[in-house]
Ligand binder design. Structure first.
Ligand code: PRX
Length: 641
């Protein structure tokens, strides 16, 4: 099945882009014709960025799982939808065809129903990378429940906060998850998260590691038991069915929590129809997907990349999505290449941090691995440095595979700026051109739009695309304040950006207090709050600094008045506190003890100075005369780690 809306040449891209700007409604209506609707839309787009109010395809009725599964059954029932590669290479690979995916999703939807889950209910999913995670997500979507997947690296406290914010009554989890040499006790983290929780009624536990778990009567049930019972309900005379709930185009599909510049993560909400169209359109066009190809996105489904490019994008396009349970360095640094070789992967989509980390092992792990199946390479999540780009292009792609550098965010639902593989040119370190439907603008500090080329500024988008976030869960005003109030009538991305002489965009990094550590978004305020919870900490300030592998590392300046003399013990205790409050992913890389922080007379911390010191730029710190106590800067400089 070729995709009629797949742009196949540079000219077609120009044409599609132009049409999407001149006649966005006509453009997206034509794309939307390629999906399965119970009822088509009354209006393609209704929007303003002041409230904000954004509605795509309003009045339309659909279910995303029919688009991701049922509509492929007539022609592709036996084609693999998901190929699952386990953490341990000696364990058996699992291949889930579209027919078996259909059955499992129907079965799990029935399980949810049996357990009292209804349309609109929030279901928190905290699982490792097993196919059952995809069944859980799609099972929710089938009955119209709103899934909120939480990455396995978050702590019990983070889960508790998210459960409360989403008012979730249901959880799907695993006993444990395998990641490299580790067995992470997920259910036990959930048990801790549920201490004092009064809203969660049911926890469904899938057995993966057979780690001993507590099972509380009346609350906890086993996935396997529930699925077995549900099977008898959904299968009659060999025919599997579970009616897909008819959803409104603008009903919420999922919540995904992400960090911002304030202390508390926000629940980004995506709605059914717009997200589906966007995830699909970007998948088909950026990767130039051809039927039969095997697409391997190495992200975890706990992040937006996994939602859009392991699950919804590929499945809605009838693709084969490879899902990997483990990590790139287990059992050794050749694991990605083994997977490419074993499964004859055609498209590889990964993060610059993974490339940099693998680069550190040299080319030996690539030796003897047949990578000739690869046709397209992609990167996502953070700026890619020139060296990593070329290493990827030369050693992995053998200079024969187009490399797409895809820029986007949790809030954007899918890729906004990227070259289209083999169709529009790549330029190392540049995400290059906006996708059809995306209208980027650069603005200066005062919000004035910067015209022309060879310029830089803050990146905003001036027109909605179908995949844009609709709200932040339970707090629409927060959504407005975060994204739509900094610059009038613009969506503000939080990223700095430059535009070259040919109009290519290069994302330079966040301009707000958000860090990007190994492609994970972490708010400095969040880390500071966690550090400050340690009994010995008086105050702290957190900034990012360049890190060879992670992109950015976390540098914390801490004022300490506890009784532990030993600095390394203090550091370990503070790191442990952060791991408890947020999760191990937010542990500071460096903790410097200081007696004071550089503050203005009004008490504001001058982060600019702290950032420069952490970056090792101590000579030129700029104006420090407005500081309350300029002496403190000398002390901090001298104690730099
Ligand atoms: O700063 C940008 C960076 O990651 C941020 C979004 O993070 P998150 O919502 O976690 O989503 C990550 C996966 C889409 C952006 O604001 N970022 C993402 N992709 C790129 C990037 N920076 C530079 N180049 C990219 N390709």
């Amino acid at each position: 099945m070729p995709y009629s809306y797949q742009v196949r040449s540079s000219e077609q891209y120009q044409e599609a882009y132009k049409k999407s700007v001149v006649d966005p409604e006509g453009f997206w209506a034509a794309v939307a014709e390629n999906f399965y609707w119970h009822k088509k839309w009354d209006k393609v787009l209704d929007w303003n960025f002041t409230e904000p109010k954004i509605e795509w395809f309003s009045g339309a009725r659909l279910n995303i799982t029919e688009n991701c599964i049922d509509r492929h059954l007539a022609t592709m029932a036996d084609q693999p939808a998901i190929i699952w590669e386990p953490n341990n290479p000696d364990e058996r690979t699992r291949t889930v065809t579209y027919a078996s995916l259909h059955k499992r999703v129907c079965q799990f939807a029935q399980v949810l129903k049996n357990n009292g889950v209804k349309k609109g209910d929030r279901v928190c999913i905290y699982m490792g990378m097993v196919p059952e995670l995809a069944y859980a997500i799609l099972g929710c979507a089938r009955i119209g429940a709103v899934h909120s997947v939480i990455f396995g690296g978050f702590s019990a406290q983070s889960i508790a906060d998210r459960l409360e914010d989403a008012k979730a009554e249901f959880i799907v989890t695993c006993d444990g998850a395998y990641r490299g040499g580790k067995d992470i006790p997920l259910k036990s983290v959930i048990d801790d998260a549920l201490i004092g929780n009064k809203t969660v009624k049911r926890v469904i536990v899938y057995t993966r590691t057979r780690t001993p778990v507590s099972m509380i009567k009346g609350r906890d049930v086993w996935w396997e038991d529930e699925m077995e019972f549900a099977e008898t309900q959904i299968e009659k005379d060999g025919v599997v069915s579970f009616p897909a709930e008819e959803m409104d185009a603008e009903d919420p599909l999922f919540i995904l929590y992400t960090s911002g510049s304030t202390g508390k993560p926000k629940g980004v909400v995506h709605s059914v129809a717009g997200y589906m169209v966007w995830a699909n359109y970007t998948f088909v066009n950026v990767f130039q997907y051809r039927q039969g190809q095997i697409h391997f996105c190495t992200a975890d489904i706990g992040w937006i990349t996994g939602h859009s490019y392991i699950v919804y994008g590929p499945l809605s396009a009838g693709a084969t999505s490879l899902m990997f349970e483990g990590v790139p360095t287990y059992p050794d640094a050749g694991r990605f290449w083994d997977i490419v070789d074993k499964h004859k992967v055609n498209i590889l989509y990964t993060a610059p941090t993974a490339i940099r980390s693998l680069m550190g092992f040299g080319t030996a792990p690539l030796a003897g691995k047949d990578l000739s199946s690869l046709q397209i390479l992609g990167t996502v999540g953070e700026p890619i440095n020139e060296e990593a780009w070329h290493w990827y292009d030369e050693n992995v792609g053998k200079k024969k595979c187009p490399v797409v550098d895809t820029w986007w965010q949790t809030e954007t639902g899918g890729i906004l700026i990227s070259n289209l593989a083999g169709v529009t040119p790549s330029k190392p370190t540049y995400a290059t051109l906006p996708l059809p439907g995306v209208q980027p603008v650069l603005v200066d500090e005062n919000g004035a739009i910067i015209e022309g080329n060879n310029v830089s500024g803050n990146l905003c988008i001036k027109f909605p695309w179908p995949g844009i976030l609709r709200t932040t869960y339970g707090d629409h005003e927060r959504c407005r304040l975060n994204y739509f109030s900094t610059y009038k009538n613009l969506y503000f991305t939080g990223d700095g950006c430059l535009r070259d002489e040919a109009g290519n965009y290069r994302i330079t990094g966040r301009v707000d207090d958000v860090l990007n550590v190994s492609g994970h978004r972490i708010g400095t305020a969040e880390v500071e709050n966690a550090i400050n919870m340690h009994t010995g900490v008086v105050e702290s300030a957190v900034v990012g600094y360049p890190h060879d592998i992670k992109g950015q590392g976390i540098y914390a300046y801490v004022i300490y008045n506890g009784h532990h003399e030993d600095e390394s013990l203090r550091r370990a205790d503070i790191a442990q506190t952060v791991a408890r409050v947020i999760g191990a992913i937010a542990k500071p890389d460096k903790i410097q003890f200081v007696t004071g922080l550089p503050k203005t007379r009004s008490g504001k911390i001058m982060r600019r100075i702290l950032r420069k010191i952490a970056e090792g730029e101590t000579a030129n710190l700029g104006d420090t005369t407005t500081l309350l106590d300029p002496g403190v800067v000398e002390e901090i400089k001298n104690g730099k780690l």
